[in-house]
Design a protein around this ligand. Structure first.
Ligand code: ANZ
Ligand code: ZN
Length: 801
């Protein structure tokens, strides 16, 4: 019998592996390797992307296991969040029921992949046993002074009725529902991630991530070095502090601009004579997102009548404007405008007829005629003009001198503090209490977790408050400080808080006295390989690194970076080459493919589509699936006729594959690793092949197709689990004396070939062919310019004509 009945094989072996508990993590590893895939959100159904994430990473994990690593490969669910709440409201269900039934279903689906995941590690962030520690960590951050509760400018999604972090916007729209996001001021819980901005940049040197991921994080944090200058306001107490990266242009400042929502404007209210106009402009600004403020075509603004700023050096009076091209959230929220050397200032000055004073002269004037009044001169090369005592200084020197004289050096960041308050129900309750006499009081640690109450009716009202706010029974509590009546905080935490530390909980998932024991953390952290989606580069990865660093400072962990390597996966596209979507009708349902061709085929096909490590996007090809299926059927056929003896060719094929396949795995090229198995099978089919040789072939095959490999293992008379086999070591003795056919090319065209029984170096090949008639004919005494040698396959000789 050599048929490949995938359904029964998969059921049979999954049960046996489970019963034998073979995937249990070794708690005392000698050579641990922590392999992590970003945990899924329990949306209800596994899609091909989940398969690509978990099944293909399982291939890598199994390879590492077979070569002797003590692999730690856990799993869990990121199970709090808005989508569950929205789905539950839509279906009239409770978010908890909806979430946990999805978890049960998806767990079954993930199990169908036949992975080596240790299921005893499973955590779900919405379990009270988990979020108790999310709350505990929040309290440690609070004690360390990293949590604030304050009036903040926030992005408000009018449809989700909640606050969104900047990281949750896509082109100014809510990433979940694509509504236009509004700006609001609300009391918010913020975490001071900005205090870690430098370390979040500098420590990227310590991780082996792809450069583009590091660069992306650096740009997101957006560190820029510059200068603060302070402009006094005539006849007023207040002054205007600006941030600039071009202190050299100080003498070219012809006006200043303040962000419309800057608090200074309110303070100046009584001195501004056109307040109505100003107020109206502020209101219009509030309806715009930061993105359209930065990209809008036409500059707009209003001059603050009745007041003037004083230039610190010239003491000249210059006008003050508000304009939405200046953002309240960056730098100081105020800029010194230098229209001659800044594009936005130039546009604005042209529109409002403001003076444009050139203060930097390009080095070679003849090539850059009359820049001013046509476009600003942005370059840093040149020397100062129209700058009084600073005239003729080169730009860089002027920056130093002017900063020392009139300003202070500073560094600013684009990164903002992390607003973690969400006005929604299905999240981790923020463990804080509001007392009329004591103010904000943290919930004592022994009272954790603050449990999320069951609520059958989740109602999102227009008051901007969490549905929890309407659960009076839950809200009403006593103050831990004075014992008086008090109220619970009703905002819940952003789910990115939950997911900032889950990888640590995996190491010790049922610990009731700590978030994880120091011992478990020491054993398994840091993560050696982290696979995830590119959409998480600037959010989850940044938040998680930040969390880890704070925990390091709190003495809770001993390393400073959680993820040693990072692999951003690409996407699996529909058969039409487009992103899969219901509306395009190009969605591949993995369950139904598994049903018809088997899980091993799906795993292997996904690995075969292309290199895993290059974030490539690959279209699904039904023919490719059929090809993989046929490959396994052929292995079954070979098994039914494998005998006691091997021909030399079979041994050479096996050991060639065994000697070369490691490189592919190490490069995350599971596709070429699999094709080496296919090439090997071609040879084994053609020649006499023993069960012993076949059994050695099954071990690398087990990495891709564990059910097929295990079934054949048993079929040909071996006992136990393939999983327990070590990766066979290639016998290089076998490879000596095999035959190689080396194609000889002259200037890229194949002209003749050379057969040998040894693996040869380039010099050997040249020596062997040097005396042949073909060599004399094609090379003769022409000059050899260079040679290109592909070992054992090809030698290209480039000669001059
Ligand atoms: C004067 C100046 C002259 C500037 C010049 C540039 C060129 P990066 O490099 O991104 O850090 N700026 C400062 N705060 C701002 C805010 N809140 N909203 C909008 N723009 C702001 O940009 C720093 C520059 O962006 C600063 O340097 C400032 O304009 C502007 F020839 O000051 B500059
Ligand atoms: Zn109190």
């Amino acid at each position: 019998m050599n048929s490949y009945d995938h359904s029964s094989i998969e059921a049979k072996w999954q049960k046996q592996w489970d019963d034998a508990g073979i995937f249990k993590t070794n708690q005392n590893p000698t050579d641990k390797m922590y392999i992590l895939v970003e945990f899924p959100y329990p949306s209800g159904n596994l899609h091909v992307g989940h398969w690509y994430a978990f099944a293909v990473t399982d291939i890598f994990a199994r390879y590492m296991h077979h070569v002797g690593k003590d692999v730690f490969f856990p799993f869990g669910f990121d199970s709090f969040g808005l989508p569950a709440e929205n789905a539950a409201i839509k279906r009239g269900l409770n978010p908890k029921d909806w979430t946990y039934s999805n978890i049960a279903h998806m767990q079954k689906q993930v199990k169908s992949m036949g992975t080596m995941i240790d299921w005893s590690t499973q955590v779900a962030t919405s379990d009270p046993e988990y979020y108790r520690w999310t709350q505990w960590l929040f309290l440690q951050f609070y004690k360390k002074g990293l949590v604030t509760h304050e009036q903040s400018h926030v992005n408000w999604c009018p449809s989700c009725k909640t606050v969104l972090a900047n990281e949750q916007l896509e082109a100014g729209l809510c990433e979940r529902c694509s509504s236009v996001v509004e700006q609001k001021v609300m009391m918010q819980w913020n975490i001071k991630i900005t205090q870690y901005a430098d370390r979040l940049i500098d420590d990227l040197d310590d991780v082996a991530w792809p450069t583009h991921i590091k660069e992306s994080q650096k740009n997101w944090i957006g560190r820029s070095h510059g200068t603060f200058f302070t402009f006094d306001i005539k006849d007023a107490e207040e002054n205007i502090k600006v941030f600039t990266t071009r202190p050299d242009t100080f003498m070219g400042v012809t006006y200043v601009v303040i962000a419309p929502e800057h608090e200074l404007i309110q303070e100046l209210k009584s001195t501004i004579s056109n307040w109505n106009e100003v107020e109206e402009y502020i209101e219009r600004t509030n309806q715009k997102t930061n993105l359209d403020r930065q990209t809008n075509k036409q500059k707009t603004g209003v001059q603050l009548n009745g007041i003037k700023a004083i230039h610190p050096a010239t003491k000249q009076e210059i006008p003050i404007f508000i304009s939405d091209y200046v953002l309240a959230s960056y730098g100081t929220g105020c800029v010194m405008a230098v229209p001659a050397h800044d594009e936005r200032d130039f546009e604005f000055a042209t529109l409002y007829n403001l003076p444009i004073v050139q203060v930097v002269e390009p080095a070679i004037t003849s090539n850059t005629p009359s820049i001013i009044n046509k476009k600003p001169y942005l370059d840093l090369s040149g020397h100062l003009i129209n700058s009084g005592e600073f005239d003729s200084l080169p730009v860089s020197e002027a920056q130093e001198i002017i900063t020392t004289r009139y300003g202070t050096k500073t560094t600013t960041y684009k990164l903002q503090d992390w607003s973690v308050s969400r006005q929604r129900y299905w999240g981790c309750p923020i463990p804080m209490i509001h007392c009329a006499s004591c103010g904000v009081v943290p919930v004592p640690e022994q009272d954790l977790p603050v449990r999320l109450p069951d609520m059958d009716k989740i109602e999102i009202r227009d008051d901007g408050k969490s549905p929890l706010a309407h659960n009076t029974e839950w809200v009403t509590t006593t103050c831990p400080a004075c014992g008086g009546s008090a109220q619970r905080e009703t905002d819940t935490l952003d789910t990115f808080v939950d997911s900032s530390w889950y990888y640590m909980r995996y190491t010790d998932p049922v610990n009731e006295s700590e978030f994880a024991s120091a011992d478990a953390l020491r054993t398994f952290m840091p993560i050696d390989f982290y696979s995830g989606g590119s959409e998480h580069t600037n959010r989850h990865l940044l938040y998680a690194r930040f969390f880890f660093k704070v925990m390091y400072d709190l003495g809770l962990v001993t390393q400073t970076e959680p993820f040693i390597t990072r692999n951003n996966r690409g996407l699996i596209l529909g058969p039409d080459g487009e992103k899969m979507s219901k509306s395009k009708g190009n969605v591949i349902d993995p369950d139904s493919v598994v049903e018809t061709v088997g899980s091993d085929v799906v795993r292997s096909y996904l690995a075969f589509m292309g290199p895993y490590g290059e974030a490539g996007n690959y279209p699904w090809d039904p023919n490719g699936v059929v090809g993989i299926r046929r490959f396994f059927e052929r292995v079954f056929a070979l098994a039914s006729r494998a005998g006691q003896n091997d021909s030399q060719q079979s041994l050479v094929a096996l050991h060639t594959m065994l000697s070369k396949i490691h490189y592919d795995f190490e490069q995350l090229k599971f596709n070429t690793a699999l094709s080496k198995l296919m090439i090997c099978l071609n040879e084994l089919e053609k020649h006499e092949c023993s069960v012993k040789t076949l059994s050695q072939f099954l071990i690398p095959l087990n990495v891709f197709a564990p059910h097929v490999a295990q079934e054949i293992w048993e079929m040909i008379g071996f006992s136990g689990f393939v999983y327990h086999q070590k990766f066979p070591v290639a016998d290089l003795g076998v490879l000596e004396g095999q035959s190689f056919k080396i194609m000889i090319q002259i200037n890229g065209k194949t002209r003749f070939s050379h057969e040998t029984s040894n693996s040869l170096s380039e010099a050997d090949v040249l020596e062997c062919i040097g005396g042949t008639d073909e060599y004399k004919k094609w090379v003769g005494d022409k000059k050899i310019i260079k040679t290109i040698y592909v070992k054992d396959r090809l030698l290209n000789i480039v000669v001059s004509e």
